[in-house]
Design a protein around this ligand. Structure first.
Ligand code: NIG
Ligand code: FE
Length: 409
């Protein structure tokens, strides 16, 4: 049993605990502990409170000098940071007037990254995931979901998911892997067999036996898979005990309906969702994950986050960091900007990247600063938490803690 360590005092400690997962939140609902402290042991939080009140329970004290705000470590619940190459050319094409779908149909888009990722070795992929994770960690993100989906064959999807697992052993961030073999139909699939049936029967059992992931994702879109094609795939995934998540309603609707039918953990994107989809999601347990990075990368509308919250939905916010639609990959910048366009309170923005994002990954052990949760914190050099979204990502954390260890300063 390691000795309890007290960390503080923090000018403001925002536990982000005791708040509802669904619906609108006002800043008045946020609890701010002034001169707060956190008592931790064995990587977990034992208790929190006023720093001076906790001193008698501590064996060691880590003093925080100067004015600081402490938040739960951020959770990025949707990324594609396992990839090879770049799509700077696509970005330039798009900005000169070609649409995302036109570029995809002309042979660019996701398939270009598939080619570049297949050309990369597993070791190269591991290195690039670790390096991208470092950037995310230094921005305060301590848990990162990472999808496959640029392999699109059994062997290449396995290469990606094994790289994600290996990278997870080399970075301090927790990586949560997701199988996105249903990202698009592989252009070179030349078997008589149905691609998704092959993935389900050949790849799913290996995902289980190697412990590569317990999450299955699919892109439901005209350029990828229809709701009808995905239904039997998700049925098999659920029967094997996988959690489901969906790329839904990015350009056309249909995906969020599938998400609710299959009790998905989350439906992500939702830029095209109408009142109908918003109502469906709000009346379900599916977390709606907005991906403002994709709107910024593509120059498209933002997810109707305000409407989702006002309808009683649960809103997480993730970066979608990927080489095509969301190359920036800065979660705090993107969440802050979504707040300005969608009129979100600070509480809603911060909830979207902390405890509501943990719900989007079905992880109950993080996302808030309270007893028994992981000791994951992002610490910012300011005396006012409002500065964090106000500076739109330009105020960087000057300290990040992961499982009770200071991993960045
Ligand atoms: O989440 N929408 C589909 N997939 C990714 C884009 C991937 C890519 O363009 O490479 C997304 O935006
Ligand atoms: Fe995505």
């Amino acid at each position: 049993m390691s000795k309890p360590l007290l960390i503080g005092p923090f000018t403001q400690l925002l536990p982000m605990s005791g708040l509802p997962v669904k619906g609108a939140l006002s800043d008045e609902q946020l609890v701010l502990i002034e001169n707060g402290g956190i008592l931790i042991s064995e990587g977990r939080i034992k208790t929190i409170g006023i720093f001076d009140d906790l001193k008698s329970d501590a064996v060691d004290i880590h003093y925080i000098v100067g004015k600081h705000v402490c938040l739960p470590g951020f959770i990025d619940a949707h990324t594609h940071i396992c990839f090879g190459g770049s799509r700077a050319r696509d970005y330039a094409f798009r900005n000169s007037g070609k649409t995302y779908l036109e570029i995809a149909k002309a042979g660019g888009g996701i398939w270009d990254t598939v080619t570049q990722t297949r050309a990369a070795s597993q070791e190269n992929l591991v290195e690039s995931i670790v390096s991208r994770s470092k950037t995310h960690l230094e921005s305060g993100t301590t848990t990162i979901e990472v999808k496959s989906g640029y392999g699109l064959s059994i062997d290449e999807e396995l290469k990606m998911l094994r790289a994600i697992k290996q990278a997870g052993e080399k970075t301090k961030a927790d990586l949560v892997a997701t199988c996105l073999a249903a990202h698009m139909k592989p252009k070179d699939w030349n078997s008589d067999k149905n691609y998704l049936e092959e993935i389900a029967s050949q790849l799913f059992p290996i995902l289980k036996s190697e412990g590569l992931t317990n999450r299955i994702d699919a892109f439901i879109e005209e350029s990828a898979f229809s709701a009808l094609e995905i239904a039997p795939y998700f049925k098999k995934a659920k029967a094997m005990g996988f959690d489901i998540t969906v790329h839904a309603d990015q350009f056309t609707t249909g995906g969020s309906e599938v998400a609710t039918q299959f009790d998905a953990i989350s439906a992500d994107h939702l830029e095209a969702s109408t009142e109908n989809e918003i109502r469906l999601l709000a009346n379900s347990n599916v977390i709606s994950t907005a991906l403002p990075g994709a709107s910024l990368g593509l120059g498209c509308d933002f997810t109707p986050a305000r409407k989702i919250l006002d309808a009683g939905g649960a809103l997480a916010i993730a970066s979608d960091h990927n080489p095509g639609s969301a190359p920036m990959g800065h979660l705090l910048t993107q969440a802050s900007i979504l707040g300005t366009f969608e009129k979100l309170s600070n509480a809603e923005v911060l909830a979207g990247i902390t405890f509501r994002a943990s719900a989007a990954l079905n992880l109950a052990d993080r996302g808030s600063i309270e007893a028994n949760k992981l000791a994951d914190f992002a610490v910012f050099p300011t005396d006012n938490y409002q500065e964090i979204t106000y500076q739109q990502g330009q105020l960087k954390p000057n300290m990040v803690w992961k499982k009770g260890e200071k991993i960045y300063e």
